[in-house]
Design a protein around this ligand. Structure first.
Ligand code: SF4
Length: 97
């Protein structure tokens, strides 16, 4: 599932530069995540980086957007064609569970 930023966001901007997919942008009121560009950091990191750096825990998984690890890594490859993401053993929070 994609991540989403809740109204707890205090606009600190810590998350934006951490996203490997450039999915985070400043919105009208708070920062926003483009769900079509969020891979839950699968393919790049073992934990969602926005959630890891958010000082107010405003980056959470969106239960309305459930996606499999396979679909997320395929999305990561599609969004980042110049990045070599291995077929197996790629960074993923799924492998931590
Ligand atoms: Fe970007 Fe990862 Fe946060 Fe998704 S979970 S918005 S890919 S930093």
């Amino acid at each position: 599932m994609a991540y989403v930023i809740t109204s707890d966001c205090n606009n600190c901007g810590a998350c934006e530069p951490e996203c490997p997919n450039s999915a985070i942008k400043a919105g009208a009121d708070i920062f926003e995540i483009d769900p079509n560009a969020c891979t839950e950091c699968v393919g790049f990191h073992n934990e969602p980086q926005c959630a890891a750096v958010c000082p107010v825990a405003a980056c959470i998984s969106d239960a309305n957007r459930v996606e499999s690890e396979l679909s997320l890594v395929e999305k990561a490859r599609r969004l980042n064609p110049k990045t070599k993401i291995p077929q197996e053993g790629f960074p993923s929070h799924f492998s931590k569970k």
